[in-house]
Design a protein around this ligand. Structure first.
Ligand code: KG4
Ligand code: ZN
Length: 362
């Protein structure tokens, strides 16, 4: 059964609740969420494929697509039931259009479009990162702009200045591996099981970050860009050397490695806050679930008097509540997709459908 990410708000069983459905299938989570048109999250379900991919030590795209096909109807049905919303109550379908795995995205987009067409409602294409960014507002609806947003996930490490909601100015991004990739690859080298990020986080909690010190890549160069592939190589060399000498505890190594990633992410984010004279920082995406990152961000924000928006854990990693939330904003602005909406694995932020008249509905 899908994992329940949110206690649903109770809704009288017979009252129709005009709602919007959010669908997310960009990687290895099949997720569906229902949002009332009043902007209230009514249900949020995720069917994780971790067990399927765990055996292979990483996501196998072909298997991900097949699992989405198998699960999407069940997860959607369960999300509606939990929200106590019926099919005719749906007024729009929001679906992740990209970026992500092509075959995985196609499942969600095809399902979403077919559903929208059958129900006679508009379909909305959501950019996956805009979904993650929306998760900050899901938790803090009044979070004021301008602010800085750091998106840290398995595929992205992007720092944005957000002058107002929906407007993203890219300040910097990773030049090679994403922060989540650095966690996952580091975890693999340490012999931890997939998914590596959370496993490394747990191991690091029992270690001391000052015992083994790793370099802080790009801390004082590259402007607001990041680079993590050199750090991964440092870990590789450290582990090779270590096998020849007396070994440090894996927990200390994990903790030292994690600290290097966290230090760079935090330092560059707060530098951006100062440089652009804003007083708000939102950190979103799977890596924002990292316990050490959250602790350091919270302490630093408090010390510097900065407003910090950190989504709760189940809104950090991939979910459909964030897609529904981003879709709900698009719905308010009537940004519908046309029926040729397609999966776009390399979709750029800001390139989802522009404001458009309602499509021809059946
Ligand atoms: O946002 P997300 O669920 O999917 C993508 O859009 O990529 O992010 C997944 C990434 C993975 O690399 C995963 O290892 C990492 O987020 N992650 C973590 C933690 N939880 C998830 N990394 C470090 N510590 C965690 N607790
Ligand atoms: Zn994601």
């Amino acid at each position: 059964m899908p994992r329940n990410g949110q206690t649903p708000t109770s809704v009288p069983s017979c009252a129709p609740v005009p709602s919007l459905l959010g669908i997310e299938t960009s990687c290895d989570e099949t997720a569906a969420a229902v949002f009332s048109l009043q902007g209230q999250l009514l249900s949020n379900l995720v069917a994780s494929q971790h067990e399927v991919h765990g055996r292979f030590g990483g996501v196998v795209p072909e298997l991900a697509s097949r699992k989405h096909v198998e699960k999407i109807e069940e997860v959607t049905q369960a999300a509606l039931e939990q929200a106590r919303v019926r099919w005719p109550d749906l007024r729009a379908i929001a679906v992740t259009q990209g970026p992500g795995l092509a075959g995985a995205l196609v499942v969600g987009v095809s399902f979403g479009k077919a559903l929208a067409y059958a129900l006679g409602v508009p379909c909305i294409g959501v950019h996956h990162l805009e979904g993650h960014i929306a998760s900050a507002w899901l938790e803090h609806p009044d979070f004021a702009t301008p602010c800085i947003v750091l998106v840290v996930s398995g595929g992205h490490t992007h720092l944005y200045l957000v002058p107002q909601r929906g407007e993203y100015r890219l300040l910097g991004k990773t030049l090679d591996d994403a922060a989540g990739e650095a966690f996952d690859k580091g975890a693999k080298m340490l012999g931890l099981s997939y998914p590596g990020g959370p496993a490394l986080d747990r191991l690091a909690q029992t270690g001391d970050p000052s015992v083994v010190r790793f370099p802080r890549p790009y801390l004082n160069k590259g402007g607001f860009n990041f680079s993590f592939s050199g750090l991964k190589t440092s870990l590789l060399y450290y582990l090779r050397r270590q096998s020849l000498q007396t070994s440090s505890s894996p927990a200390h190594v994990a903790s030292g490695y994690q600290e290097a990633i966290v230090d760079v992410l935090v330092e560059k984010s707060f530098r951006a806050v100062r440089r652009y004279g804003v007083d708000g920082l939102a950190v979103v995406g799977g890596v924002s679930a990292n316990s050490r990152l959250r602790t350091v961000l919270q302490a630093r924000a408090e010390k510097e008097g900065i407003r910090l928006a950190l989504p709760r854990m189940h809104f950090c990693t991939d979910n459909a509540a964030m897609v529904a939330a981003a879709g709900w904003w698009a719905y308010q602005e009537q940004r519908w997709a046309s029926w040729d909406l397609d999966a776009q694995p390399g979709l750029a932020i800001g390139a989802t459908m522009p404001a458009s008249p309602p499509p021809n509905l059946p």
